[in-house]
Design a protein around this ligand. Structure first.
Ligand code: FES
Ligand code: FES
Length: 154
């Protein structure tokens, strides 16, 4: 089938299998490999992207289901090589180690602050519950997110 999507602000038309998952479409058809696949159980959040501004796990939806939507991936955040405040905060606060979870974390955190601009530490931890990190112990991730919101982690 023919699929029309806007991806990172650019209209994209592709011929896809109706059963193709959005994450596979992004990675395999469009070559946007910043979005990761970390599980096959919808639990890790490594595949998180923004769909019309809301964070979704892109392994849980078919590409065909989101026809006509605007999808933002990690590649769509930094404009002209300039990191977004959230990306910069992950860098500054060492909110990553191996980096596998990072694009999903940054997308989920970006969406979280859209919803709750001044979250408490508790709200950040709860908001990122769907994103797993095996490396950092989460503390520096929470610190990074709170720093963008102007707060501090305990
Ligand atoms: S790949 Fe793990 S939740 Fe999507
Ligand atoms: S930095 Fe390695 S999984 Fe999060």
């Amino acid at each position: 089938m023919e699929l029309h999507l806007s991806v990172n602000g650019t209209p994209r038309t592709s011929e896809i299998e109706p059963r193709m998952l959005l994450v596979h479409h992004l990675r395999e058809t469009l070559g946007l490999t910043g979005t990761k696949v970390g599980c096959d159980t919808s639990t890790c959040g490594a595949c998180t992207v923004l769909l019309d501004g809301e964070s979704v796990k892109s392994c849980t939806v078919f590409a065909a289901q989101v026809a006509g939507s605007e999808v933002t991936t990690i590649e769509g955040l930094a404009g002209d090589g300039e990191l977004t405040p959230m990306q910069q905060a992950f860098h500054t606060h060492h909110g990553l180690q191996c980096g596998f979870c990072t694009s999903g974390m940054v997308m989920a955190a970006t969406s979280l602050l859209e919803e709750i601009p001044n979250p408490t530490e508790e709200q950040v931890r709860t908001g990122l519950e769907g994103n797993l990190c095996r490396c950092t112990g989460y503390h520096n991730i929470v610190k990074a997110v709170l720093s963008v919101a102007g707060g501090e982690a305990r």
